[in-house]
Design a protein around this ligand. Structure first.
Ligand code: SAH
Ligand code: SF4
Ligand code: F3S
Length: 443
């Protein structure tokens, strides 16, 4: 053990910010430690957690339960809990879970090597969960072997100031902190120079990028325009945004920038104004529909997707019907829907009018059935037409079949190609719509 490099394994739950944080952690550790593909082979296991819904938190907790058992036979194994649950629960995890060695919050990511060094060499157990308004996202340049990956994420901001009443993110990720404009563009340039073709700009609330920067001059639209200029890039995406901060400058980007993909994830949460108000979303359904109309005017081929919560405290059957009407009205290209769940720290946890699991489950089933029909009808609109598809790879079980994505973010499975490279853009004729993807042939 002393002369051999220790091994590590990272398990990730939650959103794209967490996926990206895990990527950063892996890079910070590679060099001193060696990545392995199986938990059982690892000397260090990090669980990157999500606490957005009760279920997400339970998943991480049950993995930790398994690790506890593995550690009985492997006492030297270091177990770290990182990410949003770590931030939320803080150092009390160390007393509650005696087999956990590290609790690391969302702003402490870049200290990971030093923290692990302390644990391994000085046999400490550490909780590093401080958050500070003065935190800065460091100028990070990912290591990429030239031509090895075709799409990557770039963090542009961290945290959220919106305090939607059901949401833990402002607590787990702290206040909004924008990364420096020049650091972001340097990272985008670096990635493009290494063959990355598609970049997704990441933040919990990207529309308010730049508000906290000292210069106060650069907003999200300016950032998009600058990233769009970077040589070598073929596609630009971003996620996620709250409709309340969506402004005309951003809508104009969809009209002006071909490289900006025609897809907008615009979480609505509910179709009822009274519920939106109690969620503290700060927009009405009327203003939301107007945004949808303006986005479609700016970019007629734009695919709009959303998130919906059913069974928010006090949601009546009429409120729920308003959500059903909204999805039929907007005709989303895709929608994620969730049963409301109480979260520690979120204000709605103290609201009256909680609904039973049964009512929430029954409403969710009705909504998902409706969404399924709408999405299928939307997918059918793509058949018979040609689209540019960015190749992702070959289907493992059917070697004659390839898959990739349209700019609208639809997955396309296609045939008719012999040899292709991930990241290559090709023309595909869509011949069939399925529930979660499209089928096509190479032109
Ligand atoms: N920043 C994004 C949301 C990120 S969280 C935005 O502002 O829209 C992803 C989704 O999880 C949310 O859009 C919401 O639909 C869902 N969600 C958040 N908290 C929840 C809760 N307490 N119960 C159920 N779903 C929740
Ligand atoms: Fe959560 Fe609302 Fe912030 Fe989105 S905008 S992360 S839902 S508080
Ligand atoms: Fe989950 Fe944290 Fe993302 S709570 S959704 S991992 S910001």
């Amino acid at each position: 053990m002393a002369n051999e490099r220790r091994t590590f394994f990272i398990e990730t739950f939650g959103c794209q910010m967490n996926d990206h944080d895990s990527e950063i952690m892996a890079q910070l550790l590679t060099g001193s430690y060696r990545p392995v593909l199986n938990v059982n082979d690892a000397d260090i296991v990090l669980v990157n957690t999500c606490s957005i819904r009760e279920k997400a938190e339970q998943k991480a907790m049950s993995l930790l339960g398994c690790l506890k058992i593995i550690k009985k036979d492997k006492p030297h194994m270091v177990i770290g809990i990182v990410g949003c649950v770590a931030q939320q629960e803080g150092k009390k995890i160390l007393s509650r879970l005696p087999y956990v060695d590290l609790v690391m919050g969302t702003q402490n990511l870049y200290n990971l090597p030093a923290l692990l060094g302390e644990i391994i060499h000085n046999h400490k157990r550490i909780a590093a969960v401080e958050q500070s308004a003065a935190f800065e996202i460091p100028p990070y340049l990912p290591e990429v072997d030239k031509g090895s990956v075709h799409k990557r994420f770039v963090t542009i901001m961290q945290g959220c100031n919106n305090f939607c009443t059901y949401c833990v993110v402002p607590f787990t990720r702290g206040r909004e902190i924008s990364r420096k404009f020049k650091d972001i563009i340097a990272e985008v340039r670096h990635l493009a120079a290494h063959g990355v073709r598609e970049i997704t700009l990441l933040g919990q609330n990207v529309n308010s990028y730049g508000r906290d920067l000292k210069s106060g001059q650069t907003g999200f639209a300016e950032l998009l325009r600058a990233a769009a200029e970077v040589e070598g890039l073929k596609r630009l995406r971003f996620t996620t945004s709250n409709p309340r901060d969506l402004n005309d400058e951003l809508i104009q980007c969809f009209a002006d920038l071909d490289i900006l993909c025609p897809h907008f994830h615009l979480p609505v949460q509910s179709g009822a104004n009274s519920i939106l108000k109690r969620m503290n979303r700060k927009y009405s359904i009327e203003t939301y529909l107007d945004l949808v109309r303006r986005l479609r005017a700016a970019r007629p081929d734009i695919a709009i997707t959303t998130d919906i919560i059913v069974g928010f405290p006090g949601e009546s059957e009429d409120d729920f019907q308003a959500t059903m009407n909204l999805v039929a009205n907007v005709r989303y290209h895709g929608a994620y829907s969730f049963k409301y769940s109480d979260r520690p720290q979120a204000r709605s946890t103290a609201f009256t009018g909680k609904l039973s699991e049964e009512v929430k489950g029954e409403r969710l089933a009705r909504l998902q059935k409706r969404i399924g029909q709408i999405v299928m009808a939307r997918n059918q609109e793509y058949t018979g037409k040609n689209y540019e598809v960015m190749v992702e790879g070959r289907n493992k079980s059917r070697p004659d079949q390839w898959f990739g994505r349209t700019a609208s973010n639809h997955i396309v499975n296609f045939t008719g190609a012999k040899s292709l490279q991930a990241g290559q853009i090709i023309d595909v004729k869509v011949i069939e719509a399925c529930q979660h993807s499209l089928r096509g042939i190479l032109r």
